[in-house]
Ligand binder design. Structure first.
Ligand SMILES: Nc1ncnc2c1ncn2[C@@H]1O[C@H](COP(=O)(O)OP(=O)(O)O)[C@@H](O)[C@H]1O
Ligand SMILES: [Mg+2]
Length: 285
């Protein structure tokens, strides 16, 4: 399996603050990779380091074999980035934003126009092309930002919290867009603090907390390692969680302990996170 991103001992400090604390991982070519963690865990900083938007304190990052510190321009050529706050120019229409992005990447007019047509058709954006950015809803803005970032045909696309702030409908639609892009061959790295997003979309998930990766695997394996079935029961007003490798084990536990009111359900990535850190993904610290 070829690795399109190779990160080794990445550290990013802001003064005394260590935002990313020595992380190493690789992303396989063609994969949909998720970075899951609570607010302040270091997701955005990692994406910003890898995509050359901020300087690295130490460590090495290769994207498609290109060292992002030694050859920023070369690295930028093979990636597209969509930041959490969409960075489209509000004074321009969607088409004008696309043209400006294409010019930044030195694309000729003919190539640019063909690519704009291809991508707007693909993402159903035609009717919005000549509208100002702010006339679009959050979900469509995000889609337009993805088209901009995909214009120069990057092999890797970074999406920082792509569905944060979107309503549930727009979120599902965007999931489809992300899946479709990935199926057409683009490697995708997305960050999220939504458990169900990581679980629904990602081939592999890296769980990040306090600037460190604390687990990395496919969601199914992470869940199986914790125990596929969860039993929740209340003890003195506090929920206790127990995990079991099978439904039979869980039911035996419930029966043996007379826990008639317990909830028996499938384990999810939230459980994995809580088990690893002793806190929930929604917690700030
Ligand atoms: N420009 C900055 N200056 C100082 N500290 C920062 C800066 N950007 C991020 N941080 C800090 O680094 C940590 C990681 O932040 P971030 O990468 O934004 O986390 P996440 O995206 O997972 O929410 C946080 O404690 C945050 O306050
Ligand atoms: Mg962030």
């Amino acid at each position: 399996m070829s690795e399109i991103i190779e990160i080794k001992d990445l550290v990013k400090r802001y003064g005394d603050k260590v935002a990313v604390n020595g992380i190493s991982f690789t992303v396989h070519e063609g994969e949909l990779f998720g970075f899951l963690g609570p607010n302040g865990a270091g997701k955005t900083t990692t994406v910003r380091c890898v995509s050359t938007l901020t300087n690295i304190t130490s460590g090495t990052v290769l994207v498609d074999g290109v060292d992002v510190v030694k050859d920023q321009i070369g690295a930028k050529r093979c990636m597209g980035v969509i930041q959490q706050q969409v960075s489209l120019d509000k004074d321009l229409t969607i088409r004008e934003n696309m043209i400006s992005h294409a010019m930044y990447h030195g694309m000729g007019k003919q190539e640019r126009n063909a690519r704009i047509k291809e991508l707007t058709d693909y993402f159903g954006l035609e009717e919005y092309l000549d509208k100002p950015v702010d006339s679009l809803s959050g979900g469509w803005k995000k889609r337009a930002a993805i088209v901009c970032a995909m214009l120069h045909q990057p092999k890797v696309l970074f999406l920082d919290e792509p569905t944060s702030g979107l309503d549930i409908n727009a979120r599902r639609l965007l999931w489809d867009v992300v899946k479709k892009l990935n199926q057409s061959g683009t490697t995708i790295v997305l960050t999220t603090h939504y458990i169900e997003e990581a679980q629904a979309l990602c081939d592999r998930v890296g769980i990040i907390d306090h600037g460190k990766i604390i687990a990395l695997d496919d969601p199914k394996a992470l869940i199986e390692r914790t125990g596929k079935i969860a039993v929740e029961n209340m003890v003195d007003g506090k929920t206790e969680y127990h995990y079991f490798p099978s439904m039979k084990d869980a039911q035996d536990f419930v029966a043996d302990n007379g826990l008639d009111d317990a909830t028996v359900r499938k384990t999810n990535l939230e459980d994995v996170f809580v088990e690893l850190t002793g806190k929930s993904v929604g917690d700030q610290k």
